[in-house]
Design a protein around this ligand. Structure first.
Ligand SMILES: Cc1cc2nc3c(=O)[nH]c(=O)nc-3n(C[C@H](O)[C@H](O)[C@H](O)COP(=O)(O)OP(=O)(O)OC[C@H]3O[C@@H](n4cnc5c(N)ncnc54)[C@H](O)[C@@H]3O)c2cc1C
Length: 448
């Protein structure tokens, strides 16, 4: 059965004409639904937006790596396959940027605005949407990380306020292959030696002094005016803790108590702990190392941690204003609120991080919201693909200590058979993802 592009007069409401909202609108309109897309600009701007057009890139003009052997490159390849309007605009307005896909941001947003506004199935309503969100019929909320206060408080009321966060405090994630394990030891605090879930990097006093000196000198990313440097005491940036003195670090995230270095048989001067980021241990989180250091400063300073001299970062640390839902607690398998199944959540608000990720998750929310309205079964993207891994993470009922928004990275993908040699794993993952799409799209009758 093919989806009939003219057979419905049902309408879908989408709030927010950012990257996710535009992708969702484009997708649903392609499937023949009437879409009402609410965008509050130019009547009202968030503190980060300034261009009246839709799909504004609020900061960098880069959609990151283009090479498909990189997870975000693969996600872009998948978006193109799925008929993404964001990718169409990016390829039409790219500017040269080495191996990254960067765009002329003004032309990029103009292109999407013209396409969306002239689509016969889409009506763009240039007005702030005011809650209630409930009882409006099927609806996609794609208001982004700086959603209006009214929308966020309505969401908090529906989901419970402890399931909505307003700041990201992201610790870096590093690749297992890049660690020098000869300098690290496995142990849990007070647990038996050489057993446990944590990898520990032990410091001598001299190494600790050098590390703290570098941390104090390192460059920090400047806070934007709407991101005053107000931190939760329980979640201070590592460099702020260093400023308060060595004791703050050594009684905090670098606390060595309960850990004996098997090599020296003694308690080290300090410890950095790495926690598994996924079940197969391909990526590790540097525990408690949320930071505002710039990316070059993170590369320089965190490589002073013993065993991390050549570390590769899958995600850098960050702290920024970012409203997002604790997705695994509140979303069902199709990114609808468990407590209000008519409400789909799209984009950064759903717990993904990044332009490309927001667009991708928005496209899939558009697909499923349209399917729901058309009376078709909703669908989950194949788990071995970049999109399936990214979206699957939002609803995976894993025992995560904390849920933080994440960029797409290979740590989210299903493990690769250990028989596959390390040097071939990236190619294996790529081929596995590429193979999964054709039959899946055929089975679900994916319309373009
Ligand atoms: C300051 C900042 C900088 C960032 N920089 C980058 C970066 O450089 N690279 C990167 O990959 N990611 C970055 N991100 C993260 C993220 O990728 C972007 O925020 C991305 O734009 C999210 O897409 P979105 O569609 O979810 O939200 P947005 O693109 O923010 O779109 C949301 C839209 O909803 C509208 N809206 C909100 N509330 C309402 C309402 N009640 N009624 C009607 N309209 C409403 C807004 O005006 C906006 O147009 C940044 C985030 C922030 C906050």
């Amino acid at each position: 059965m093919s989806l009939n592009k003219t057979n419905t007069n049902k309408a879908l409401t989408i709030i927010g004409g950012g990257l996710a909202g535009c992708e969702a609108a484009w997708r649903a309109a392609t499937l023949g639904l009437k879409v009402k897309l609410w965008e509050m600009k130019p009547q009202k701007y968030s503190p980060a937006h300034s261009n009246p057009d839709l799909a504004e890139l609020v900061c960098s003009n880069s959609l990151r790596a283009e090479d498909s052997s990189n997870a975000v490159g693969l996600l872009k390849e998948e978006l193109t396959l799925l008929g993404s309007i964001v990718m169409e605009a990016a390829l039409a307005h790219r500017v040269s940027a080495g191996r990254a896909l960067a765009v002329d941001r003004v032309a990029f947003s103009r292109y999407i605005t013209e396409k969306v506004e002239s689509h016969p199935n889409i009506e763009v309503i240039r007005q702030e949407f005011r809650p209630p969100l409930i009882d409006q019929g099927p609806l996609i909320v794609a208001c982004g990380p700086l959603a209006t206060d009214e929308v966020t408080s309505d969401l908090a009321q529906i989901t419970g306020s402890d399931h909505l966060n307003f700041y990201d405090a992201l610790a870096p994630i590093v690749e297992d292959d890049s660690l020098d394990k000869s300098k690290l030891f496995l142990a849990d605090r007070y647990g038996p030696p050489e057993e446990g879930d944590y990898l520990n990097a032990p410091f001598t006093q001299n190494e600790l002094n050098l590390f703290i000196a570098a941390l104090l000198e390192a460059d920090r990313a400047r806070a934007r005016p709407f991101e005053e440097e107000k931190y939760f005491e329980g979640c201070l940036p590592i460099e702020v803790m260093a400023q308060r003195g060595v004791k703050t670090l050594c009684f905090g995230p670098m606390k060595p108590v309960g850990l004996i270095d098997p090599k020296s048989g003694r308690r080290p001067a300090a410890i950095v702990q790495l926690r598994r980021e996924n079940a197969h241990g391909s990526h590790w989180n540097i525990v408690g190392f949320q930071t505002r250091l710039t990316i070059p400063a993170q590369e320089k300073v965190f490589r002073l941690i013993p065993g991390l001299e050549k570390v590769k970062f899958a995600r850098y640390g960050a702290i920024h204003r970012n409203t997002y839902l604790v997705a695994p607690k509140v979303l069902d398998d199709f990114q609808c609120l468990v407590k209000a199944p008519d409400i789909f959540i799209a984009g950064q608000l759903s717990g993904v991080e990044g332009y490309v990720e927001s667009a991708a998750q928005g496209l899939w929310a558009g697909e499923n919201a349209a399917r729901r309205l058309l009376g078709l079964a909703m669908v989950q993207a194949p788990p071995e693909t970049a999109l399936g891994s990214l979206v699957g993470r939002l609803t995976k009922k894993v025992k995560e200590v904390t849920f933080c928004p994440s960029n797409v990275n290979f740590g989210l993908f299903p493990p690769v058979d250990p028989q596959v040699p390390k040097k071939d794993q990236a190619a294996f993952r790529l081929e596995r993802a590429r193979k999964a799409w054709p039959s899946f799209l055929k089975d679900i009758n994916y319309a373009r």
